[in-house]
Design a binder for this molecule. Structure first.
Ligand SMILES: O=C(O)CCC(=O)C(=O)O
Length: 339
């Protein structure tokens, strides 16, 4: 069965209390972003992922990614497996005292809450390499369905034996798919968000490369979700930004966390089509390396748990079977069966 694309009903039905009821845009959400800015967002276009994927699905997903710069796939991964990974992250935060201990009579559902007495404290998950490598977490972040998905999305972009990408074809060259060894596991504290950026300023990539964003929880707008400037990876409006900032090493300078961010306030008077949607366990968002995005601020009393990873592919005939990473990658990658 082929999947249908629908705007996210959840987001579309949320009324913005700050807008007059007569305002046609009143049903659109206004989200806090950056230091002190808010943007009005449209719901993201969502595609329901039905496994196994059909050829028609894959063609529609590639087209959506090329058009919008993002691809929201709902229900791609089994929800129970994602909840299991979340449980593991929440337990670690309890062990570290970031979250309070569970009460004796707590239910299974209570065990999943990431509500803290002081949710403004850093959760420091980006530096928790052990947790990023926990089998329950890795089994979701390196789920076989993700390797299959990225094979379908990336293979047509990989140069074939003659050195030409084969984007028009349904059949694709034989490729290896690689995922980043490092996992950007995030426990976003209350009051914080990720600033506006292009992922390319953090990755100098020779091969085609995509980002994956995966919520580790059922996230409401209050938790802070991805906010994308739709089509900014190809629009003339952002050409200069892509050519100058996008080709710079802005992300490599500074502290590696907030470095590379641009002030979203620069764009509040420009006609940017911001899109965002609540995302649930099992959903994923794929991002083009040159699409402008950030997250909205977490205004809930829970940590926002999510993870992002990077994915690339190389022509298998050009690969060294023993190579630990694709050539010219600025970060380390692994294939599906690599330890
Ligand atoms: O989840 C976040 O806070 C940031 C995610 C992001 O910017 C990305 O996936 O590239």
């Amino acid at each position: 069965m082929s999947s249908a694309a629908t705007p996210a009903a959840d987001a579309a039905s949320i009324t913005n209390p700050a807008s007059p009821a007569s305002d046609a845009a009143a049903t659109r959400l206004v989200l806090p972003v950056g230091a002190d800015t808010a943007v009005r967002v449209e719901p993201m276009l969502q595609h329901k992922a039905v496994y196994p994927f059909t050829q028609a699905d894959v063609i529609a997903w590639r087209a959506a990614l090329a058009t919008n710069g993002y691809l929201f796939l709902s229900d791609l991964l089994p929800r129970e497996e994602v909840f299991h990974a979340r449980r593991c992250v929440v337990e670690r935060l309890r062990e570290r005292g970031v979250l309070p201990p569970l009460e004796a009579e707590a239910s299974d559902e209570d065990a999943l809450f990431a509500t803290a007495e002081d949710p403004t404290q850093p959760a420091n998950l980006l530096s928790d390499i052990d947790l990023q490598r926990d089998p329950a977490v890795v089994s979701v972040l390196e789920h076989p369905r993700l390797f299959e998905l990225f094979h379908a999305l990336l293979a047509p972009l990989v140069d074939d034996a003659e050195g030409k990408p084969d984007q028009e074809q349904a059949t694709v060259p034989s490729v290896h798919v690689w995922t980043s060894r490092y996992k950007w596991l995030r426990g976003m504290p209350q009051g914080q968000c990720t600033g506006l950026h292009l992922d390319r300023v953090y990755m100098q990539a020779a091969s085609p490369l995509l980002s994956l964003w995966l919520p580790l929880g059922d996230l409401t707008p209050a938790h802070g979700n991805l906010v994308v400037a739709r089509a900014s990876h190809r629009s003339a409006q952002f050409q200069r930004l892509r050519d100058e900032y996008g080709r710079s090493d802005a992300g490599a300078k500074g502290n590696g966390t907030t470095s590379g961010w641009i002030d979203v306030a620069h764009y509040t008077n420009e006609p940017v089509e911001w899109v965002s949607s609540p995302a649930r366990c099992g959903d994923v968002v794929i991002l083009d390396l040159t699409v402008l995005h950030c997250t909205s601020r977490n205004v809930s009393d829970e940590y926002r748990l999510s993870c992002d990873t990077r994915w690339t592919a190389t022509c298998s005939s050009a690969d060294d079977e023993d190579s630990p990473s694709p050539p010219s990658a600025s970060i380390r990658f692994k294939r599906q069966d690599d330890p």
